[in-house]
Design a protein around this ligand. Structure first.
Ligand code: ZN
Length: 134
């Protein structure tokens, strides 16, 4: 696996990245009003509480939108690749990659599931692939 530029990690987001290393997709949840939020931040946007806990996502969702970036060309990506907004079943939206599918076969609303990709620099990312229809 190639190196990949690591996302910026802060004390507010560390739990999310640590969860991925354990193959767990964690979602921040307000302890006061139970609203879920992503990306992680210190205060609830609904009730302003700073008390929060995490819930574990089942890792299923749907493609909200996607693009195939072209420029600038980064050496750690194989082109074409898909950057997708994923709406998780738990009610948050996150930015990720849609893998295991040709761009021409990707579609808005398609069901996807998470998998965890390990990179050389000790980085683990949540990636998504189409749910196999049986
Ligand atoms: Zn709240």
């Amino acid at each position: 696996m190639t190196m990949r530029l690591a996302p910026s990690m802060t004390p507010d987001t560390q739990f999310f990245w640590d969860g991925l290393k354990n193959h767990t997709l964690l979602i921040q949840c307000c302890t006061q009003c139970e609203v879920v939020r992503h990306p992680p931040r210190p205060m609830c946007p609904r009730c302003n509480s700073v008390e929060w806990h995490t819930i574990e996502s089942a890792g299923r969702g749907r493609v909200f939108s996607f693009v195939m970036p072209q420029h600038p060309a980064y050496p750690w990506f194989e082109y074409p690749y898909i950057v997708a907004l994923i709406d998780l079943d738990e009610g948050i939206r996150l930015v990720s990659n849609l893998c295991g599918i040709a761009p021409e076969d990707a579609s808005i609303g398609m069901p996807v599931e998470v998998f965890y990709e390990h990179f050389d620099n000790d980085l683990v990312l949540a990636q998504f692939r189409p749910v196999v229809q049986l």
